[in-house]
Design a binder for this molecule. Sequence first.
Ligand SMILES: Cc1ncc(COP(=O)(O)O)c(C=O)c1O
Length: 361
Amino acid sequence: MSRAWNFSAGPATLPEPVLRRAQSDMLEWRDAGASIVEISHRGPEFLEVAADAERALRTLLSIPEDYAVLFTQGGATTQQALIPLNFAAPGQPADYVVTGHWGKTALKQAGPYVATNIAASSEADRFRTIPARNSWKLAADSAYVHITANETIHGVEFRDIPDTGNVPLVADFSSSIASEPLDISKFGILYAGAQKNLGPVGISVVIVRRDLLERAGQPRADIFDYRSQLKAESMLNTPPTWNWYMLGLTVQWMLDEGGVAEFAKRNARKAALLYAAIDDSNGFYKNDIDPAVRSRMNVPFFLRDEALDKPFLAEAKDAGLIALKGHRVLGGMRASIYNAMPEQGVQALADFMRAFAKRHG
Ligand SMILES: Cc1ncc(COP(=O)(O)O)c(C=O)c1O
């Protein structure tokens, strides 16, 4: 077996111990006589897996008791539509701070349900910065302020939690959840698709301050109602049991490795390695994001000579480094270096980049 260093933005590399554990559990879950994906979600075996996953996530992220945790389907994009439905009155204003592709997506998904207000946008600056809090123009009577904590494609990341006063802050943490310690109490709602830092694709996590669930929101089917989902313990219908189980394993792995404080240190070192390989290349590689808000999870970069893109990707693959092609929105390259990417993998990439620049520069 030869597993490459996988820099995919998501679905992304998973910790090898998690994959091995899942492999060994695959045929039979404890003494259930069947695997974890072949048994009822209502049975005691799966209920224990689900409860353990929530407990582990609460411990990992230090989620306060007055926050509910939902395990949902439909990915992060679906939450972007469900959030206005659940937390805003029809046509009520809601603020969106647009700092990249995913901020735009959130805005689009909310469009049919609320009076979206672009409180700030860095689009004119090609999403290379994050607009300062004091430049935001918030709407009166806003239901919430939505931000994208980390822009997976554009590679910018909020480094401070903006203060929105009494208006709940809603944050898409899909690509940076659990990457560092976070004060959850500063947020009204956090949500994340699992497929970057929490496990395989197919399940999302919504962390919501319980008092917000008392908002009437808008007419919606029960299945789109976070309150109903909470009451049903995220099992209003058949949940993605395999993904829930894998999320639990991944979160437990992060706890075993030392938790978010440890990952913050590793992530800072990994990002520093990679940005140094770019910045020290005399312009061979370029990342022109404001250094103060460069993402530590997703590092987009461009080769000065686009004609070298193909050889770069081909030679990287030969060197055991895969999924470095940039998102089609931006082109160029992108290295996603989530919690499960070891420092050794990032070092291998930085070494490769230096050697490639020497060969082709
Ligand atoms: C920050 C962010 N938000 C939302 C999404 C969309 O997630 P999903 O495909 O789970 O709907 C992504 C996907 O990459 C993302 O990176």
